[in-house]
Design a protein around this ligand. Structure first.
Ligand SMILES: [Zn+2]
Length: 329
């Protein structure tokens, strides 16, 4: 905010100087003195909103490339997947997912939901922006009191530490579902047929915070006004969270759905990295029905930034209606 005020004051100052120069007849050749219009690179890094007594901020960890969507999705014919993407003005050969990390201040707690990829080279240069976005806002990772994990996949837990192994949130309690903790800390799963290449690092990340882990179960109140809701199947303990303040509520949906068009239009679609795809479809079906029936806003980790919106019935499935930068839900 201070930076913005400073910038505005500077621009005002420049305008005053320019007006004075013109008034005194001090003309210069515009072509020689006009500043070059250099625009900053990049995309919005955060979006703030308020829900009841909760101050919330969605922080981007940057986009996550998935490659050919027909290689990572099952349950719909290849031509249907590609045609649906084209009809929605999206690339039918490369699927890209956003990464929306929620930060809330509620009472004396500063809680982060998931941590991004941590800038791991395995995911290229685009993701891993969470810590730089926090730094630009002047938020120190040491001030985060709680990290709440929807699940322990790399794009959600590798940001627990920096690349040199330093804890990014050294004072935070790390909240994780009991089944998720059991699965991802078991060395026998290091060679898991589906997740093997990622498992040892996931386990290392969790072991590094072992003395700060708090286990929760389905229905537990993880933080005041934050209740865990089972959404198992993507991983053994994948969980969503219902955030409530006064008469307002929001579902933090994690990876309940990966793509804002394909997973809403076809709720029975399956993601290639689901540990139990059929169970995940059941979880999605149940929670989509709840979101539609309650007309409840939800925040999806991988939907277009900032990832907040609603579900409406559409044909045999749903359509996602983005809230955009609206914060009145
Ligand atoms: Zn994910």
């Amino acid at each position: 905010m201070n930076t913005e005020i400073g910038r505005r004051q500077m621009l005002k100052g420049l305008a005053t100087i320019a007006a004075a120069a013109t008034a005194t007849g001090a003309t210069t050749a515009r072509a020689q003195t006009a500043p070059s219009a250099t625009l900053p690179a990049g995309n919005p890094g955060w979006h703030g909103f308020r829900m009841g007594d909760i101050d919330a901020l969605v922080l981007s960890d940057g986009p996550l490339a998935q490659g050919d969507p027909t290689k990572v999705l099952q349950g719909q014919p290849e031509d249907v997947i590609r045609e649906t993407l084209r009809n929605n003005h999206l690339d039918d050969q490369n699927m890209t997912l956003d990464q929306n990390v929620l930060l809330i201040r509620s009472g004396d707690r500063l809680a982060l939901f998931d941590t991004g990829t941590g800038g791991a080279p395995a995911f290229g240069d685009d993701p891993g922006k969470l810590m730089s976005n926090l730094a630009q806002l002047g938020i120190d990772g040491a001030s985060v009191t709680d990290v709440v994990l929807t699940h322990a996949h790399p794009d959600h837990v590798w940001g627990l530490s920096s690349e040199d192994g330093t804890a990014n949130f050294p004072n935070a309690q790390v909240h994780l579902h009991e089944a998720e903790h059991g699965f991802f800390t078991d060395p026998q799963n290091d060679s898991h047929p589906l997740l093997g290449p990622f498992m040892p690092t996931c386990r290392t990340e969790l072991e590094a915070v072992a003395d700060r882990i708090t286990i929760f179960r389905d229905g537990d109140e993880v933080l005041p006004g934050v209740h865990a809701i089972a959404a198992f199947g993507h991983t053994p303990g994948h969980s969503c969270f219902r955030l409530t303040s006064g008469d307002k509520s929001l579902l933090l949906a994690g990876d309940l759905a990966h793509h804002h068009v394909l997973f809403t239009r076809y709720p029975g679609i399956k993601f290639g990295f689901d540990t139990d795809p059929d169970q995940m479809v059941q979880s999605r079906t149940k929670l989509f029905e709840m979101l539609e029936a309650e007309r409840m806003a939800f925040l999806a980790y991988h939907f277009p930034f900032p990832g907040v919106g609603h579900l409406d019935r559409f044909g045999d499935g749903y359509q996602w209606v983005a809230a955009g930068l609206d914060n009145t839900f």
